[in-house]
Ligand binder design. Structure first.
Ligand SMILES: [Zn+2]
Length: 659
């Protein structure tokens, strides 16, 4: 049966065109008019194609399809099916002998019209294959006219496609590899400079389909921005446009709505807000929009809540606006500076110190920061100076540090424990006692604490033992309490301490005499002391503290009141000299008698003096010096009897006793 090479007979001659779309635009009525029309530019060296009649072939093929199962449609099979192609090539080669005459006949007739065409190559190949078939190898042969593919029998591929190493080539009727535009009976193809066929791509605004054939139904559109009264949109090359999607154009992302129009401004796309500027470009990073800062991440998402940008935290509202200043977020306060940056650590804001932890949270109440404690009030302000917190006083210095231990503040010493609490009352530090009053002041000097007197030296140390203070000698018990109105045996000798605490010297204490050192001298004979109000021993008010019996009377009773009727005789308690007598508004009629250099007795509220009384008069124990009355500040007739020792009132019971 007759088998013709589909390619040899059916394919069109080759036309090589410059990549000038005008040629195609001119031939294609469906092409858009905006493509400028110009005449086809044929290259001078290009072979002019002669289109052979393919009608016979079509009839042949359609009449006997079953006889040519290997016959394939190049549009469908050529680019993809390399096996089929290989079979065809082999078939063609094997039939070369059979077809040679008709081919050569055709070609030779053409050669006559085109004498420059080298048909001698065909003859040479035929000769070679006949003479030296075993030396020929299949492969590329290159000469000054181009490249050809030589078959193993020495012939060259002609008017046919061949897939070589994955690339699809076409060889013209002279066997040369075609480049550029190629017109075949079934359409136009484009072969790159290396001869390989272009598929599924645009060349010169012509779309080459998956088989490489120009699909004239696909109209070239200039890609780019288009605008109409509804806005901007983007035209793809195939005339379609993006809609409801993102598109990256010239390095920027744009979003096109469902109608394909470019959106601008804020847009909720998917679950995120985006901001597209007036040119439709999606913005990223910090953006100042309508008076607020926003941060769009690298994908353009508007961020909300806490965002760490670089090393800094920022907070954006649910609407994406960057916050500044004090902000309560969750349960905590934060401070975001004017640039929105979350601050940490110590911050001096509006005249106050605040401390934000490493998470930016403003701290309140007690905080240990570094090695020190600080106290921030409920508003986070660091406190300084004295602060009364939870029932205790604390002192924070000017830097806010809580102080401990001894602190001299405003000239006064305070004692603050390890927790910073100001101490009051007695405090023992080491072996030393101190006394802080209710204000925490460390006390010095004589202090009456409770019912006792204490003496703290200039350092606040409580003194004990024998101490000379202000020229007098005192005895301070181990507890620090001052001994008063009592005898103490010290180093084997007895000493007496007056009601004021001062040690007595050169004085009779009752029937005991203390010498110039204060020590009791047992060799001294006791003087007689007479009960000064004979016959009346009821004591209406004793020596010491009392409630004031009447307006103007002292609460400290410096003597003994002996109730007695008006006119009762008053006796000098011991021998001595009258040193004073007369009237005083509080003492009434009084008499003072000196018994020794240190001891004076005093008699008050007399109704009258004994006749002949005079200053300097010597009296003996038991001599009448006056009579009971109620003169001066008095509620009724009685004798007020006092004894002064070295100018101070002492307990008269040291000298007298009831008869
Ligand atoms: Zn009295």
């Amino acid at each position: 049966m007759k088998r013709k090479s589909f390619y040899a007979l059916g394919l069109a001659a080759v036309v090589a065109l410059t990549p000038n779309t005008a040629a195609f635009a001119a031939m294609q009525p469906g092409i858009q008019t905006e493509i400028p029309v110009a005449g086809p530019a044929l290259e001078e060296e290009t072979e002019t194609a002669i289109l052979t009649d393919t009608g016979d072939l079509s009839k042949d093929e359609s009449s006997a399809p079953e006889e040519q199962p290997e016959q394939v449609n190049p549009e469908e099979k050529m680019p993809e099916d390399s096996e089929n192609q290989q079979e065809q090539v082999n078939l063609t080669e094997s039939e070369n002998q059979e077809e040679a005459e008709s081919l050569e006949g055709q070609e030779s007739s053409q050669d006559q019209e085109e004498p420059e065409n080298p048909n001698d190559i065909q003859e040479d190949e035929t000769d070679d294959s006949q003479e030296q078939p075993e030396e020929l190898k299949e492969g590329w042969i290159t000469d000054e006219k181009g490249r050809r593919w030589q078959n193993s029998d020495g012939s060259f591929l002609q008017n046919t496609w061949k897939t070589i190493e994955g690339k699809n080539y076409y060889f013209d009727r002279n066997g040369y590899m075609v480049t550029g535009w190629l017109q075949l009976a079934d359409g136009w193809y484009y072969l790159q400079k290396d001869g390989s066929k272009v598929i599924s791509s645009w060349v010169d605004q012509c779309y080459l389909d998956a088989s490489g054939r120009w699909d004239t139904s696909v109209i070239w559109h200039t890609p780019g921005w288009q605008q109409n009264s509804n806005g901007w949109w983007w035209q793809n090359r195939d005339g379609s446009y993006p809609a409801s999607c993102w598109q990256k154009i010239d390095g920027s992302w744009y979003y096109f709505d469902g109608s394909g129009y470019m959106v601008t401004g804020w847009n909720l796309i998917g679950a995120s807000w985006y901001y597209l500027n007036g040119s439709g470009q999606m913005l990223t990073g910090w953006q100042y929009i309508n008076g607020s800062w926003y941060y769009m991440d690298t994908s353009g998402h508007m961020t909300t809540g806490w965002q760490k940008v670089g090393d800094t935290w920022y907070y954006m509202t649910a609407g994406g606006q960057m916050l500044t200043g004090w902000q309560q977020i969750g349960n905590c306060w934060y401070y975001l500076n004017g640039s929105g940056q979350m601050l940490t650590g110590w911050q001096y804001l509006n005249g106050c110190w605040y401390y934000m932890n490493s998470s930016g949270q403003m701290l309140t109440e007690w905080q240990e920061i570094g090695d020190s404690w600080y106290y921030m009030d409920g508003s986070g302000r660091m406190l300084t100076g004295w602060q009364y917190l939870n029932g205790c006083w604390y002192y924070m210095n000017g830097s806010g540090r809580m102080l401990t231990g001894w602190q001299q503040i405003g000239g006064i010493w305070y004692l603050l424990n390890d927790s910073g609490q100001m101490l009051t009352g007695w405090q023992q530090i080491g072996n030393i006692w101190y006394y802080m009053n209710s204000s925490g002041h460390m006390l010095t000097g004589w202090q009456q604490i409770g019912n006792c007197w204490y003496y703290m030296d200039g350092s606040g140390h409580m003194l004990t033992g024998l101490q000379t203070i202000g020229g007098a000698t005192y005895y301070l018990e181990d507890s620090g309490a001052m001994a008063a109105n009592t005898w103490k045996q010290l180093n084997g000798d007895w000493y007496h301490f007056s009601s004021g605490g001062a040690m007595d010297t050169n004085a009779w204490i009752g029937s005991y005499y203390v010498d110039e050192t204060g020590a009791w001298d047992p060799d001294q004979e006791a003087p007689d002391y007479v009960w000064p109000c004979p016959g009346y021993t009821r004591i209406s008010s004793d020596f010491g503290y009392r409630k004031s019996p009447t307006a103007g009377a002292s609460t400290y009773h410096n003597g003994i009141d002996m109730a007695a009727p008006q006119g009762t005789e008053i006796l000098s308690c011991s021998s001595g000299t009258v040193i004073a007598y007369g009237y005083n508004s509080s003492m009434g009629n009084y008499v003072k008698v000196r018994h020794s250099s240190s001891l004076v007795s005093v008699y008050m509220h007399m109704s009258s003096f004994v006749s002949g009384l005079s200053t300097g008069k010597t009296v003996q124990a038991g001599d009448v010096i006056g009579y009971v009355g109620s003169t001066g500040i008095s509620t009724g007739p009685h004798l007020h009897f006092s004894i002064m020792e070295n100018g101070s009132y002492i307990n008269p019971w040291n000298y007298i006793s009831k008869p």
